[in-house]
Write a protein that binds this ligand. Sequence first.
Ligand code: 13P
Ligand code: SF4
Length: 306
Amino acid sequence: MQDKQTIVDRINSLKEERNAVILVHNYCRGEVQDIADFLGDSLGLSLEAVQQDADVIVFCGVNFMAESAAILSPEKTVIIPDMDARCPMANMIDVPSLRQAKEEHPTAAVVCYVNSLAEIKAESDICCTSANAVDVVNSLDADEILFVPDKNLADYVAHHTDKTIIPWNGCCPTHDQMLLGDVLKAKSEHPAAQVMAHPECRREVLQEVDHVFSTTGMTKYATRTSCKEMIVATENGMLHRLRRDMPDKTFYPISEYSICPDMKMIDLEAVLRSLENMEYVITVPEELRVRAKHALDRMLTIKRSD
Ligand code: 13P
Ligand code: SF4
């Protein structure tokens, strides 16, 4: 087994050889975050993929994120170091069921959270992320919105719009397992701390917190607030980044169990293997890519407000 520094050195030289950049989501393992050219949220990373003057994008995250990069940057080779890194929420919806729901709600616009596969994006009017979901919904003319696939994000949006939100019955298992008791316990253990939560959490959690943010929103807020202690209700990979960027502040997880196993699949060895073998390449059939891109492009016209 090679030591960590040898692996990192080999990754860096292969990166140069292949003109590659490494994009890493905030929930990934700390060792992978530390070799990132760009560390960020789902939306930010896909935008980086477009802007980078690179031939190869190594996407460390889960399948839908790498797929979004491939949809937006078809001229680049997008690789994901582990094909099994798949978001369970993205698999909680399929095309036939979505088409049936569209027939049942013919006047509704379909808003699709980016945590979904290309085929679902292709069936949707517009995408959104956790950072812009409310703004995206409010930008539409339709009064009824079929919001897929996250019921918790749908519920959060419903509380910030006058439109009628029809939620899909999907959720992020990692965020949905955080309960009211967890937030109350964390608050009683750290009474001076502010609490920030991701909108994939249940309403019972969101009602008890000080701020609701995407992962980028959390980083921005933690940087600008004078508060020195924060409880973080999201996937615990986020804590690595917050602690590394702000060593003068203290961050507590809402629970030590807030881990997404799929986001932890990619380690340094997997990144090295992927650059050595140029695996696993993400491709999206062109007809599907164009339709999915339309929903993503439409979202990108909405400015992010976090
Ligand atoms: P963001 O980083 O866009 O907030 O996404 C959260 C998430 O669950 C990604 O899997
Ligand atoms: Fe999917 Fe949740 Fe894991 Fe994100 S944290 S990849 S939404 S299961």
